[in-house]
Design a protein around this ligand. Structure first.
Ligand code: IPD
Length: 277
């Protein structure tokens, strides 16, 4: 039976595919690179154009819906999640990868109603993998069902994380300290593809047991969160308890055992929340 928000989700898939074509074409061409919060927090014309394309199209089809978009927020729009149906958009997740032609770039579209995530679409456009999930209806990649790994032993696991774009030495020290502790548990390996959304899809696919990061934004993780939980995984805060979409912190894991084990090793700190103006 189609879900309540099926028409919006179908439209999100169409838009993600269209956006992916634009991103793939742009990878071949010259890029105009700009900086946001720092010299390593990059944005391109493609990020901005793709977000505009998505928002314009959604406004035409669903005029009453709201938006939180990475580039709109960077341009001064508020980052507030209300009870209204809201599209949470990262037009190019993995902008640094995109700029360098490193082949993991996602278009990430999450959708929330009454502050609850209803569906998520992540299109890993260079790999041509369309990840989709709708609350209560399972998670899929190119139409094939996804299931998280059933591994419960941390020392048989791969953990994904990222360095992010904050180069404050104290933050970097904490990031390395957490990584060192997790590496020495020991785990089979630490990975990270440079896109929060795709890292989460890899947890959903069962090839990575967990992904954690401090410093992500709601648009990086909204869609991936639905995909992980519909593939049977769990979402938590880095200090335990439920994930808070606006807190800029996430642990996405195959199960509670693995999540709690890595939470013990993470040196948590509180970045400025997304919903603080
Ligand atoms: C970034 C990527 C990266 C993560 C950063 C994100 P962007 O998103 O997801 O993997 O480490 O925290 O901000 O800026 O490329 O959309």
């Amino acid at each position: 039976m189609p879900g309540l928000w099926q028409d919006a989700m179908d439209h999100a898939v169409i838009l993600a595919r269209k956006a992916g074509e634009i991103v793939r074409d742009a990878v071949q061409n010259d890029l105009k690179i700009m900086c946001k919060s720092s010299s390593v927090d990059l944005v391109t014309k493609t990020d901005q154009n793709v977000e505009q394309l998505i928002i314009t199209s959604v406004k035409e089809k669903f005029p009453e819906h709201r938006f939180i978009g990475e580039e709109s927020v960077a341009a001064g729009e508020p980052c507030v999640l209300t009870d209204k149906p809201t599209w949470i958009i990262d037009p190019v997740d993995g902008t640094t990868n995109f700029v360098h032609g490193y082949p993991f770039v996602g278009i990430s579209i999450g959708f929330a109603v009454n502050k609850t995530l209803e569906f998520g679409v992540v299109y890993s456009c260079i790999e041509d993998k369309m990840y989709t999930a709708q609350k209560g209806k399972g998670a899929f990649c190119n139409g094939q069902p996804l299931n998280v790994s059933d591994q419960k032993e941390i020392n048989q696991s791969i953990v994904a994380t990222e360095f992010g774009s904050d180069r404050d030495p104290e933050v970097v020290a904490k990031i390395f300290s957490s990584m060192r502790k997790i590496l020495c548990l020991p785990v089979h390996g630490i990975r990270g593809v440079g896109s929060a959304a795709i890292n989460m899809c890899l947890v959903a696919s069962g090839c990575v047991e967990a992904y954690y990061e401090i410093g992500v934004h709601c648009w990086d993780i909204a869609a991936g969160a639905v995909i992980v939980s519909e593939a049977g995984g769990v979402l938590k805060d880095v200090e335990g308890g439920p994930m808070d979409l606006m807190s800029r912190r996430v642990v996405a894991a195959n199960n509670e055992v693995i999540a709690e084990r890595i939470i013990k090793e993470i040196e948590a700190f509180p970045p400025v929340r997304d919903d603080v103006p």
